[in-house]
Design a protein around this ligand. Structure first.
Ligand code: APR
Length: 233
């Protein structure tokens, strides 16, 4: 019988770690080197836009040279080959899911997009943004990376809520489960009856919220999991 289960997947920094993009919280993570209040809040941006642009310009340059890894490609394969719907939601601001051929909902925005605080226009970000860049639509010099900062509402939450209530399987991959609302998705999916799986380098602090656990580096564990779902192992 054909497996038409709806699979909803949440990815985090661990999926892109082996592509050379840093994670946030463990040893050597981004938030051990930078104060997130200074570079990832609207208040920090208002205080020092140059510092915030410098931070994201460096991350954008890094992301521009990164290549998708075996985990990104496996998830793209799952999305194209699974007979049921596969929804990919990512907290990552890189474009590696798309580079691997997948379609993802970017709930925390994208490094390669810019937006205007004055008129909400959105466009492809130049590699280097500056505090004086005028908006291409309204000319206001209030452009910023299209990134959801702490204290702001993530993107596409209504669409995501709908997917969580109709999921048969929910998998969280490479995320520490420390940041809401994404950290609450497992509970929402479970309430709607989904089977929940955590796939992570090691069990996270919230591993107990999941029905099942797969440990290991994403480039190994994710292709193996996709093979098992598609029955191609
Ligand atoms: N394979 C699988 N998992 C890995 C790997 C790997 N190669 N390397 C690290 N991990 C796991 C870590 O064990 C950790 O649980 O990935 C997780 C990364 O956690 P965080 O650094 O907290 O990243 P994430 O959960 O994506 O952060 C959420 O926080 O600062 C914000 O907006 C930022 O989107 C980000 C959000």
């Amino acid at each position: 019988m054909q497996d038409s289960r709806k699979i909803v997947i949440l990815t985090g920094a661990g999926v892109s770690a082996e592509s050379g993009l840093g994670i946030f919280r463990d040893k050597g993570g981004v938030w051990t080197k930078y104060d997130l209040n200074e570079v990832a809040t609207p208040e920090g941006f208002a205080r020092d836009p140059v510092k915030v642009h410098d931070f994201y310009n460096a991350r954008r340059a890094n992301a521009a040279t990164a290549r998708p890894n075996a985990a990104h490609f496996a998830l793209a394969r799952l999305q194209s080959d699974h007979p049921g719907e596969v929804v990919l939601i990512t907290q990552n601001v890189d474009a590696l899911h798309e580079a691997a051929g997948a379609t993802a909902i970017h709930m925390h925005g994208r490094l390669d997009r810019a937006t205007c605080s004055a008129c909400t226009a959105c466009w492809d970000a130049p590699l280097v943004m500056s505090a004086d860049d005028p908006c291409p639509k309204c000319s206001a010099p209030q452009t910023r990376p299209d990134i959801v900062w702490f204290g702001e509402v993530p993107q596409a939450m209504d669409v995501i809520a709908e997917h969580l209530t109709t999921a048969d399987v929910f998998a969280a991959i490479g995320t520490s489960g420390q940041v809401y609302p994404a950290a609450g998705f497992v509970a929402e999916a479970a309430r709607s009856g989904a089977h929940t799986i955590e796939i992570n380098l090691e069990p996270s602090d919230v591993a107990g919220m999941f029905d099942a656990q797969i440990d290991g580096a994403a480039t190994t564990s994710v292709p193996a999991w996709v093979d098992s779902v598609l029955n191609t192992a």
